[in-house]
Design a binder for this molecule. Structure first.
Ligand code: ATP
Ligand code: MG
Length: 266
């Protein structure tokens, strides 16, 4: 991939974010390029979801600039932000399905909200996305009847039902068994290739990150430690990154070097 000829889709500069008077993110600067998969990693509470919320315009930063598709979203009015969000799909950390609607109705929702398409067309479009996520046979199930992996895929189906240019996925593999989690990784890769999307994934899971990422950003206590490709992350001499990479290897009681080689082998 020749990255120099690709467009910057998301451009964050000097982002500082607070909840009340507590600073959560310090001076984050991040460029995300067309058609890449950027993975954001970091310990629980490091500010990953907060970063997503700011990039989506759900929270306004105290200072800094956030451009999405060349629009500065920190100063965008409500209507312009609403229009921009049609080009962005989001699969939230908790799935966020409406419990009173079945799977198909949940996936149809963004089309009812954002388009004037007729009911039948909406139904067909939602079914296509359910098929794509291998949920075609489950459309009448209620969210409470879905497994963890199905809920994640349902959230993904709803996130891409408008064919967005950009997809945000917060913790795709959290709480899933390794096989289901690996299937979800494959789906994310397929979406990028088949739908030509630019994808931002937040995850704790090293294995998943190293499978899907073109580049990885590591955040620790609200600070951006490093942004780089897999090799650069693997070769980092920052103790916090070494610690992040080796902790898992230590748990697995396997040789750390073998483990790192396995992660970066593609
Ligand atoms: P996890 O991996 O557990 O999802 P995270 O990296 O996504 O963690 P955030 O949810 O962004 O972390 O939270 C960052 C910090 O901000 C945490 O200390 C959290 O307690 C705090 N925080 C998150 N949401 C709010 C809120 N709405 N109001 C106040 N503080 C918040
Ligand atoms: Mg989070």
């Amino acid at each position: 991939m020749n990255e120099t000829s690709k467009k910057t889709i998301i451009d964050v500069k000097g982002l500082n974010a607070f909840y009340g008077d507590r600073q959560i993110l310090s001076d984050i600067s991040l460029e995300i390029i067309e058609n890449e998969i950027m993975v954001i990693m970091g310990h629980s509470g490091s500010g990953k979801s907060t970063l997503l919320r700011h990039v989506l315009g759900l929270n306004r930063p105290v200072s800094g600039s956030i451009k999405i598709l060349d629009q500065e979203i920190t100063t965008l009015d409500h209507y312009a932000l609403y229009e921009l969000r049609k080009k962005i799909g989001v699969a939230f950390q908790n799935g966020a399905m409406f419990s009173s609607m079945n799977l198909l109705e949940n996936v149809e929702l963004p089309l009812h909200e954002h388009t004037r398409l007729d009911k039948n067309t909406i139904r067909i479009m939602a079914r296509l996305k359910l098929e794509l996520m291998d949920l075609g046979d489950n459309e009448s199930l209620m969210p409470s009847e879905l497994s963890g992996g199905m809920l994640k895929r349902a959230g993904l189906a709803r996130a891409v039902v408008m064919d967005p240019n950009i997809l945000f996925f917060d913790e795709p593999s959290a709480g899933l068994d390794p096989v289901t989690s690996a299937e979800l990784d494959d789906l994310i890769l397929q979406l990028r290739d088949a739908m030509n999307m630019t994808i931002v994934v937040v995850t704790h899971e090293l294995e998943s990150a190293f499978k899907i990422a073109d580049r990885i950003t590591v955040i620790d206590k609200g600070k951006q430690i490093m942004t780089g490709n897999k090799e650069e992350i693997k070769d980092s001499d920052d103790p916090r990154i070494i610690n992040m990479l080796q902790r898992r290897a230590a748990n697995e009681t396997i040789n750390a070097d073998d483990y790192l080689n396995k992660l970066t082998r593609n």
